[in-house]
Design a binder for this molecule. Structure first.
Ligand code: 5BU
Length: 274
């Protein structure tokens, strides 16, 4: 059976990487395939949004370098919320350099991403050395990597042979690459027949229940289109959940519930199609 037609929980055993297992088990436990992307500039908003959406999400996605008042205390509090609300952390760093540089960017600097983020991601553009560079830091810590196989923006260059090469690169590094940022499943991309082992996780940004775009190139699809029609595993929603009023935690909770339900309904419909 194609992997995405199976329940999340049963797919955990296909994965050797502990972070892939953790994410699948968290999705199953919380009955949520919703990830919230918290793209705000103030630490107090960042933490209060995460606290508000925490009960409804399997994962929180960060852009830690957006915070203008970053201190190590933010990481301490983020990790505490991750334990309290039971969610996985994904720093959307989009590494894109040579192996040696990305290893330093991942382990060091102000943010020391590898020390707190379960998952991070990388552009495949430099070739396989970006994976080995990041793996030299992340694998000993049990971390997982997503490759950017496709982007959600209008006119993205991530298509055709580029996407196929990304998938082939990932297949050769299954111990560390747990899946893709993409808009659809990748099993049949890159010339390999689908196998049980090829159960990559697909995390999809560009999800919204309202507008179809943001006027800056972003393109939105509904949870149903993403999960049911395209077979993606996790919906990543940012502004659709917290909008402009970052202090209105009641509204944020309501929106998180709405997206959580839409994502889960689409998944249940998907696994019931045999
Ligand atoms: P939005 O507010 O739901 O549009 O936020 C989407 C988030 O996902 C934002 O943090 C982007 O950086 C991120 N993203 C994306 O939108 N599209 C992509 O292809 C990739 C990441 Br990769």
């Amino acid at each position: 059976m194609r992997s995405h037609l199976k329940p999340y929980g049963s797919r955990a055993e296909n994965h050797r990487n502990p972070t892939a297992k953790l994410l699948l088990e968290t999705i199953e436990r919380k009955q949520s395939n919703l990830a919230v992307s918290v793209d705000v500039t103030k630490s107090c908003d960042f933490l209060s949004i995460i606290d508000a959406v925490g009960p409804f999400v399997c994962l929180v996605k960060t852009h830690i370098d957006i915070l203008e008042d970053f201190t190590q205390d933010v990481i301490f509090k983020l990790q505490k919320l991750s334990v309290e609300h039971d969610f996985v952390i994904f720093e959307d760093r989009k590494f894109a350099d040579i192996g040696n540089t990305v290893a330093l960017q991942y382990s060091s600097g102000i943010y020391r991403i590898a020390s707190w983020s379960h998952i991070t991601n990388a552009h495949p553009v430099p070739g396989p050395s970006i994976i080995s560079g990041l793996a030299s830091v992340g694998l000993p810590l049990g971390r997982g990597l997503l490759l950017l196989a496709e982007m959600s923006t209008e006119g993205a260059l991530t298509e055709g042979s580029y996407t196929e090469s990304a998938v082939r690169m990932a297949r050769r590094h299954r111990e560390f690459v747990i899946g893709f940022i993409a808009q659809r499943r990748m099993e049949n991309v890159g010339g390999s027949a689908e196998t049980e082992e090829d159960d990559f996780l697909i995390l999809s940004p560009g999800v919204g229940l309202g507008a179809r775009g943001d006027g800056m190139g972003q393109q939105y699809r509904t949870p149903r289109e993403v999960v049911l029609e395209s077979g993606c595993d996790v919906i990543i929603v940012g502004r659709g959940i917290y909008g402009k009023d970052l202090k209105d935690t009641e509204k944020i909770r309501t929106q998180a519930t709405r997206y959580k339900e839409a994502g889960w309904e689409a998944y249940q419909e998907r696994i019931s199609v045999k």
